[in-house]
Design a protein around this ligand. Structure first.
Ligand code: GLN
Ligand code: ZN
Length: 759
């Protein structure tokens, strides 16, 4: 009976790690306190998997921040600016790389494939020296072993590590981090030797880049790496784990590598991979079949998975087939047990990480001839109830969304005509200043929202408290002399949940958190049915905010693609259909805001992360995603300024689609990525709409100086027209403190004013 879990959520069922980390960062608890929480979490996860009967239990999938950063620490690849002097990397160096410190900014962070998880991008140079500097993998292996659990230690594979790295600043253009392969392998060998000596019999290398479109030299690097490691690995069973998509046929050929004993594939998304396996799998190797979806919260269709597994048994052999998850379970919620308020019927349709572990094991048992009939029939009954439930279907919505297909939706005039009309009305200075939407979420605010939700304070008390906060935020912005204001989003816990709560077709969990970056978690809503907007969602607050100032106010909405990408989406209809339904709901909100005389920002923070990993699928996705965005605002007047915001910088590959969104102004992340963004414009792409590449990083507590901001703005002016450039931070300010936000924004506005005066 062979079952395996690729990886498991780290935060804990009630986000125990988050609270421990934040208290440590705030200096409220010691390193020992933090380590204790971490040790307890790891122990309970291993025990849970062991109790469930899982055979191959992962270790080293825990992390204080990020598994790629852990690998950077393992390799001792600490950028010089952190002044690390060698030895085992301590928490202070580790967290400085992750979050920056008072004097040095953090390392770049970017999305992990097409998930909402972010990793810390390694910065490498030809001169980078590698040395074995974090013994985390061996320590965790031993820790589990001491608890009686023999685990499969998991490492980020050497080739994926390098392919996910970037060249450090100032390094020659021709340098490719992959050229450092032979320099990092000696460290991997040391780690492998220690694991072997400690008694490990399996090792897992996560090589998710194998699902991407790779060039032949990159594929050769895989063969080179694993043959170089061959002698070190001898005596160990080696699992190369891939996930998130189909493995292209060229990469699939790597299954013949002699040092590798087992391959893990995502068979949930990898339908073509399934065909490849069926048409041939190397004799004697193990197949770790990822049939239980690690990216979603739906109960598995056990009968269907069992049928798939049985068909694979014939190909790979009974004793070589291992039932697994499609990817690490860190991309799904932790445990359904804690969802006491969820509707019972909907709950029966779901499985979180803890339940998926049980599903994996049940499938393995069934394959071994010990099928738990009661468990399988309960699963079949739940799936049947989901298929036929009337709460899933809304005919009217279905019809409206179907009618959209094939048609185009665009604003009637060109962006330059609209910008003129808007300028006449708004009369903004050049280099207008604005922010992205949220202002600091204070403890007090969270308390007010929580107590209102728990009905401990009245509607009136709540409204007054929020009104007071909005008025405070408006006043601060006026004092700072910001040009286009926001209301600060004090009524929102989260930019997707807030909308989901007011749309039909959505449901919510109490503890369904998923790690986004570091200690930050998101609680994606669950879209289980057709989506509609019964009532206005934001108009009350945005109108209130606009009434407090003569300056233009942006009403904040979350765009359909972002709502889709940051939710757990139903798997019983194509994603684009769900997206069009959400777009129609947001369109209604846009119309109501416009009628209230408010400018509008439609955040599409997650548009790019939904981009399929394979190039062949990009055009289709971008087409319906951009179309969905345009549906929301195609009907507004020229004088209504539509802003959008995006939280990433490597958008060079989708710039045409961003232009095609046809927004009037885009604010976009820039400051953590060394001007990758600006290079698009340097290379001649013409952007006619307003654009505000973030002038400072809001992910870090560091306060940027006026000079530094002015310097960035000047760099932007070198490639962008003066009359389209906006000045704004990278993203919303909700995770920052007022003590950071006020001086940072003061410097930002002063920098803008100084440059205006110089122009
Ligand atoms: N308007 C949101 C905010 O300011 C946008 C957040 C985001 O892009 N992630 O918080
Ligand atoms: Zn953002």
């Amino acid at each position: 009976m062979a079952s395996h879990i690729v990886g498991y959520p780290r935060m804990g069922p009630k986000r125990e790690l988050k609270f421990a980390l934040e208290s440590f960062w705030d200096g409220k608890s010691s390193a020992e306190d933090l380590e204790k929480v971490a040790t307890d979490l790891r122990a309970s996860i291993w025990k849970q998997m062991a109790d469930a009967g899982i055979k191959y239990i992962p270790s080293n999938t825990f992390s204080y921040y990020d598994q790629v950063l852990d690998t950077t620490a393992m390799l001792g690849a600490v950028p010089d600016r952190y002044s690390w002097t060698g030895g085992e990397i301590n928490l202070s160096t580790y967290f400085s790389m992750a979050r920056g410190n008072a004097t040095v900014p953090a390392m770049e962070m970017t999305k992990w494939f097409d998930t909402n998880y972010h990793f810390i991008v390694p910065e490498l140079a030809p001169s980078t020296k590698f040395s074995y500097s974090s013994h985390k993998a061996i320590n965790e292996y031993k820790e589990a072993k001491a608890l009686g659990v023999d685990t499969v230690p998991v490492l980020v594979g050497p080739v994926s590590y390098l392919l996910l790295s970037k060249a450090a600043k100032g390094v020659e253009k021709s340098f490719s981090p992959l050229s450092l392969l032979s320099s990092i392998l000696p460290v991997y060998k040391e780690v492998i030797a220690q694991l072997k000596a400690a008694g490990a019999s399996w090792i897992q290398f996560d090589e998710p880049t194998l699902v991407k479109d790779l060039e032949s030299h990159q594929l050769s690097a895989f063969s080179a790496a694993y043959s170089e490691l061959e002698s070190a690995l001898s005596g160990l069973n080696v699992l190369v784990e891939t996930y998130f998509a189909d493995v292209p046929a060229d990469s699939y050929k790597l299954t013949s590598l002699s040092s590798v004993t087992a391959y893990g594939f995502d068979l949930e998304r990898g339908t073509k991979t399934l065909e490849l396996v069926k048409s041939g799998f190397p004799a004697g190797k193990y197949l770790f079949a990822g049939v239980v979806d690690g990216r979603n919260i739906w109960a598995d269709d056990l009968a269907a998975s069992l049928a798939t597994l049985q068909s694979l048994e014939a190909v790979v052999g009974k004793d070589k087939l291992v039932v697994s998850t499609s990817c690490s379970l860190m991309h799904t919620a932790v445990d359904l047990v804690n969802e006491t308020k969820l509707d019972d019927e909907i709950k029966s349709w779901l499985a979180f990480a803890a339940q998926k572990v049980v599903e994996v094991n049940a499938l393995a048992k069934a394959l071994a001839g010990q099928k738990d009939e009661a468990y399988f029939s309960a699963n079949a009954a739940a799936l049947a109830s989901r298929r036929s439930s009337p709460r899933v279907t809304n005919e009217e919505v279905q019809k409206a969304a179907t009618a959209l297909k094939g048609s185009d939706h665009r604003r009637a005039t060109t962006v330059s005509a609209r910008l003129d009309a808007q300028q006449k009305k708004l009369n903004l200075p050049i280099l207008p200043t604005t922010t992205i939407g949220s202002f600091p979420q204070t403890v007090e605010l969270r308390r007010v929202r929580r107590e209102y939700k728990a009905k401990k304070i009245s509607e009136e008390e709540y409204t007054n408290a929020i009104k007071e906060e909005i008025s405070k935020v408006v006043k601060i912005q006026e004092e700072l002399d910001i040009d286009v204001l926001v209301h600060g989003e004090p009524e929102r816990n989260d930019m997707v949940e807030y909308f989901g709560e007011q749309l039909s077709g959505f449901t919510f969990t109490a503890n369904g958190w998923v790690q986004s970056y570091g200690s930050r978690c998101v609680k994606p809503p669950i879209i289980y049915g057709d989506v509609s907007r019964p009532n206005p969602m934001t108009v009350f607050w945005s109108k209130m905010a606009q009434s407090m100032t003569a300056r233009p106010m942006k009403g904040m909405l979350t765009g359909p693609v972002t709502i889709l990408n940051w939710s757990f989406v139903r798997n019983d209809q194509p994603r684009f259909e769900t997206c069009y339904q959400i777009a129609l709901a947001i369109k209604k909100e846009v119309e109501d805001l416009e009628a209230g005389g408010i400018q509008i920002q439609i955040d599409e923070a997650a548009l790019r992360e939904g981009l399929p990993l394979r190039k062949s699928e990009h055009a289709f996705y971008l087409d319906w995603a951009v179309h969905s965005f345009r549906i929301t605002n195609c009907g507004v007047q020229d004088t209504t300024q539509i802003h959008t915001h995006m939280c990433y910088s490597n958008f060079n590959d989708i710039i045409q689609s961003i232009i095609n969104m046809d927004a009037d102004v885009i604010t976009i992340e820039n400051s953590r990525s060394d001007e990758k963004l600006l290079s698009v414009f340097r290379e001649g792409v013409v952007y006619g709409a307003g654009i505000g590449p973030g002038v400072y990083d809001i992910h870090s507590p560091r306060i940027p100086s006026k000079e530094e901001i002015a310097d960035r703005v000047n760099k932007m002016l070198a490639v962008l027209d003066t009359n389209i450039l906006w000045v704004n931070p990278d993203c919303g300010l909700k995770t920052r403190k007022y003590a950071e936000v006020k001086p940072a924004l003061t410097n930002m506005v002063e920098a803008a004013k100084q440059i205006r005066a110089e122009l």
